[in-house]
Design a binder for this molecule. Structure first.
Ligand code: MG
Length: 351
């Protein structure tokens, strides 16, 4: 039998966190712990009308325009907006968001073409990709239509079949609610943690926190290769006029700068030498995945875009702003220094 003294000791141990607090920043029922932010959760869609996204979501497609979407290289997309839906134009290529996202909740509604054409993979095929074109959640007309299990609608393509087939008929709106955890890589490009996905198809859990083996591929198991944590989301052009509507995303984790993968042509216009001399010169270079390098006094930094003209480094507070279509560059280091205003140097003429 416990004595009061022992009981007091036990309670004290619990209060000091020995039993393992769920969040080490707060004790249980902490009066100073802030309440969760209040948001409007929005409304559900019906077949006739899309619902209203949660108030803290980034709306990617609201039925009106494609301003958030570009082709894979950042050029204007050829997909069309028709009857409130974003529709794939076969042969026009993937469509991707201009903005990049890491861990997130993604809501997508899609409808396979009606009347249906083709069989198996050649029937209402598209896909929702994370990591630009690396990780595909299959979109396919799987209603009373047979294909291989790990290529059906709601499959993590080639890796995980859905737990059940919750497909609706072609032409009928279907929902995907995806919880995505991006893979992590260390500074040397080594995989630290794999991507994970939970998927709810038409309100039914079909992928339960599955761990991706790497990028998805056809008859091929592709290994992970390092890429930025945040990357655009894409829809696949697989030759079928699949339609999308009411697309929104909520970024998870700590709020940070927004991040964009700018068009290749814009990034090209920013690359080159700016300024002169030892201390007043910067070299901007192209890196994969829409990133730029900024070399200043022999130090090379990786720069991420948070607008069409402004970039920032993740590792140190160096920021830069391109002006006049890439002819001018302003670099700031922290808050204390004078901005460096530099001009783009003419490229040496070809010999
Ligand atoms: Mg597909």
């Amino acid at each position: 039998m416990k004595t009061p003294a022992l009981l007091a000791l036990a309670l004290g141990a619990m209060a000091t966190g020995l039993r393992g607090a769920p969040d080490p920043n707060w004790i249980d029922h902490d009066r100073d712990r802030p309440m969760a932010a209040v948001i409007d959760p929005g409304t559900a869609s019906t077949q006739d009308a899309p619902g209203r996204p949660p108030s803290d979501a980034t709306v990617l497609f609201d039925g009106k325009d494609v301003s958030q979407w570009v082709g894979l290289d950042g050029s204007p997309t050829k997909w069309i907006v028709h009857d409130g839906a974003l529709e794939c134009v076969p042969g026009s290529g993937y469509v991707r968001t201009l903005q990049s996202f890491g861990d997130c909740q993604l809501h997508v509604e899609w409808a396979a073409p009606t009347p249906p054409h083709g069989v198996s993979q050649d029937r209402g095929n598209s896909g929702v990709f994370f990591g630009v074109d690396r990780y595909e959640t299959q979109v396919l007309d799987s209603y009373e239509s047979k294909t291989y299990a790990d290529g059906a609608a709601a499959a993590v393509y080639g890796q995980y079949a859905p737990l059940v087939n919750a497909a609706r008929p072609p032409g009928v709106w279907q929902t995907y609610d995806i919880i995505w955890t991006a893979p992590r890589f260390d500074a040397e490009g080594k995989l630290v943690s794999k991507a994970r996905e939970t998927l709810i198809h038409n309100g039914v859990l079909v992928q339960n926190n599955v761990e991706l083996t790497g990028p998805t591929g056809w008859i091929n198991r592709v290994p992970y290769k390092a890429h930025p944590e945040r990357m655009p989301i894409s829809f696949q052009d697989h030759g079928h006029p699949v339609r999308y509507r009411n697309v929104w995303v909520r970024e998870l984790g700590s709020p940070r700068h927004r991040e964009f993968m700018l068009p290749e042509a814009v990034l090209d216009s920013y690359a080159g030498s700016f300024g002169h001399g030892k201390w007043n010169a910067v070299v901007i270079g192209r890196l994969p995945d829409g990133l730029l390098s900024l070399t200043l006094s022999g130090q090379e930094l990786v720069m991420h875009a948070d607008s069409m003209t402004h970039f920032y480094a993740l590792s140190t507070d160096v920021q830069c702003e391109f002006s006049d279509g890439g002819k001018g560059l302003t670099v700031t280091v922290g808050q204390d220094t004078e901005p460096m205003k530099l001009e783009h140097q003419e490229k040496a003429p070809n010999p």
